[in-house]
Design a protein. Structure first.
Length: 345
């Protein structure tokens, strides 16, 4: 067995390409805090144009971009409608504490959200949220896509209720690649949208927030309050420009590998995969935790040289990205089958 570990935990583990590293070395730099870094300005203009928005803003992280978006849309004490499984609610934990906003919780089902359910939840709350928060692709839903028609219905719902609509599009390019929908069409159904340059786009760090000019100006102010103002940030923007010009089309390869991995894992003893949920680069794997605990599965896989992550005590997550090939996925599947057979007897 190849002793080298195969890491399927997350696409945040990706490393920059040689072209990105070259771009960092050659980037023209300036003081981005005063708008004088030409590379940052170029990336922001490129992102705004791609999403059909007036302006864009480069920030250090998706969490900071989401926080700046929330505080730019609604005031402290205001309510926002959000899925209980959304990354911003489940993981980030900063928004109520820092922004002083109050969540109205609706629930997705396997990454899918029904506008009617959202509307009923808002109605039952007796409140008037100023913001509807969506996530595309849906991380804890296994990388599922909010399809275009559903986005249009959410946009109409938000406008009818006088709400702004923000999309945490950390992996929106995965949604675009898998569905064949340009990101401009997703952007048209939002007031603001954020995407990550890291993850499957393989940049070292950075996220970009897009919206109208006034919104971005407010977000820029909040970024400064958070300590997010940067100087020669062209070293972050340069690989982002490479990513937006070279890395999007190849995301389809990640999706095909995830599908192949899901098929293999679903045939293993003790494990199951709902194939209809495998739409992008994530595979959500179910098992009976009353028979074997999560730690038993992950440790047995690790012994065979495969690292995986989890969504819950009874659900594992496996993610494909640029550093995987068909041969690596076949090897990973063989190792995991060996582990599954060992664990399940």
């Amino acid at each position: 067995m190849n002793p080298k570990l195969i890491d399927l935990r997350s696409d945040v583990k990706t490393l920059p390409t040689e072209e990105m590293l070259d771009a960092i070395r050659e980037a023209k730099l300036g003081d981005s805090k005063t708008g004088e870094d030409p590379t940052v300005n170029r990336l922001e203009a490129m992102a705004a144009e791609m999403f059909g928005k007036e302006a864009a803003l480069l920030l250090i992280s998706g969490t900071m971009a989401n926080l700046a978006a929330m505080m730019s849309h609604i005031a402290p004490g205001s309510s926002y409608a959000v899925d209980a499984e959304a990354h911003v609610y489940f993981y980030e934990n900063a928004h109520s504490a820092v922004a002083g906003t109050k969540p109205i919780i609706f629930r997705s089902c396997k990454g899918l959200i029904e506008p009617e359910e959202v509307s009923r939840t808002i109605e039952d709350s007796g409140k008037k949220p100023g913001l509807l928060w969506l996530e595309n692709t849906h991380n804890r839903g296994g990388g599922r896509i909010i399809p275009m028609e559903m986005n249009r219905r959410f946009f109409e719902l938000a406008k009818n209720r006088g709400m702004k609509i923000h999309v945490d599009g950390a992996r929106i390019f995965n949604a675009a690649a898998a569905s064949g929908t340009p990101v401009s069409k997703f952007g048209a159904c939002t007031d603001s949208i954020m995407f990550c340059l890291s993850k499957s786009l393989c940049c070292p760090l950075g996220s970009v927030l897009c919206g109208d000019a006034d919104f971005i100006e407010r977000a820029r102010g909040f970024m400064g309050r958070f300590g997010g103002g940067m100087r020669q940030a062209g070293v972050i923007a340069a690989p982002g420009i490479v990513a937006l010009t070279t890395m999007i089309e190849r995301l389809k390869e990640d999706h095909m590998l995830a599908r192949r991995l899901a098929e293999k894992v679903g045939e293993m003893p003790g494990l199951s995969v709902e194939m209809e949920t495998v739409e992008t680069n994530m595979v959500s794997v179910d098992f009976d935790s009353s028979v074997h605990r999560l730690e038993e599965w992950t440790e047995t896989f690790k012994e065979q040289g495969v690292l995986v992550s989890s969504y819950s005590p009874s659900k594992m997550r496996m993610v494909t990205h640029r550093h995987h090939s068909a041969e690596i996925i076949e090897e990973a599947a063989w190792r995991m089958r060996t582990a599954a057979e060992k664990l399940c007897g």
